[in-house]
Design a protein. Structure first.
Length: 239
C-alpha cells in the first residue's frame, strides 16, 4: 500500500503531465487551422479580441482555484480544471458525494472520493455532449422552444439555490456537525448587497467580488466561532 506522500506525488506528476498535454492540444487545434487556411490574426487583433475576456475571466479563474481546490483535493482539481464546468457540475457533484458518504473535504477519504466522483461526472458529461452533438440537428426545434430556453436559463440559479439551502439547513461535515454555520452567510451577503445596490453593479466583476469576499467570509466565520456563535460538535457527542 502506498503512503500518503507517494499518492500525492503520483497524482501531481500525472496531473502536470495531463495539463501539459491539455494545453498543447488546446493551442494546437486553432494553430493548425490558422496555418492550413492562412488566417492567422494580427497581434493587435488578437489582443483586442481577448483582452476584455482576460480581464473578466482571470479574477474568476483565480477565485475558483483559491476557493475550490481545498474542497476538491488534488486529483479532482486536475480533472475539474481540465474538463471544465467547475462550479455548475464538478463541484456540486464532488460535494454531494462527500456529503452522502459522510466524509470531510481534504481528508484521505475525501481526496479519493472527490476524484472518483469528478472522474465519473467527466465521463458522463462527455457522453452527453457526444450524444447532443449527434442529435443536435434533430433536436434543434426542441431547444428553440421558449419553455425549454427558459428552463435551461434557470438551471444554474436552481443548482446554486439548492446548494445554498443545503448549506443553511445542513451542517453535516463528516464526523462532525457544524451548528450555526448559516450565520457566516450574513456578512458576505450584506457586503454584496451594499456594493451592488449602493455603490455599483457587480455584474462583470464576479471574480473580483469572490476574491474580496473570501477573506471577509473566513474572518467573519472565525470571529463567530470564537464568540461561540458557530460550534463544531462531534457526531458521537451530538444528543
Amino acid at each position: 500500500m502506498e503512503t500518503r506522500e507517494q499518492y500525492f506525488t503520483r497524482i501531481n506528476r500525472f496531473g502536470r503531465i495531463s495539463f501539459a498535454i491539455f494545453f498543447v492540444l488546446m493551442f494546437a487545434i486553432p494553430t493548425v487551422v490558422c496555418a492550413v487556411y492562412d488566417i492567422f490574426p494580427s497581434l493587435a487583433t488578437a489582443l483586442k479580441a481577448t483582452m476584455g475576456l482576460f480581464l473578466i475571466l482571470t479574477p474568476i479563474a483565480l477565485s475558483e482555484i483559491v476557493s475550490f481546490v481545498p474542497l476538491l483535493g488534488s486529483g479532482a482539481s486536475y480533472l475539474t480544471f481540465e474538463t471544465g464546468n467547475v462550479s455548475n457540475i464538478k463541484l456540486p457533484c464532488a460535494m454531494n458525494a462527500l456529503k452522502l458518504a459522510g466524509v470531510q473535504p481534504a481528508s484521505e477519504e475525501g481526496e479519493v472520493l472527490s476524484t472518483i466522483s469528478v472522474a465519473i461526472s467527466s465521463i458522463v458529461t462527455t457522453a452527453v455532449i457526444m450524444a447532443a452533438a449527434l442529435l443536435l440537428a434533430p433536436l434543434a426545434p426542441v431547444f428553440a422552444n421558449p419553455s425549454v430556453r427558459i428552463a435551461t436559463a434557470n438551471v444554474l440559479p436552481a443548482l446554486f439555490g439548492a446548494l445554498v439551502v443545503a448549506f443553511l439547513t445542513g451542517g453535516d461535515s463528516g464526523p462532525v456537525v457544524i451548528r450555526g454555520q448559516w450565520k457566516a452567510f450574513i456578512l458576505p451577503l450584506l457586503v454584496v448587497a451594499v456594493i451592488h445596490y449602493l455603490v455599483f453593479p457587480i455584474k462583470g466583476w464576479e471574480g473580483v467580488t469572490i476574491l474580496v469576499l473570501l477573506p471577509i467570509t473566513i474572518l467573519g466565520a472565525r470571529f463567530l466561532f470564537k464568540r461561540g456563535q458557530i460550534t463544531v460538535v462531534s457526531k458521537e457527542a451530538k444528543p
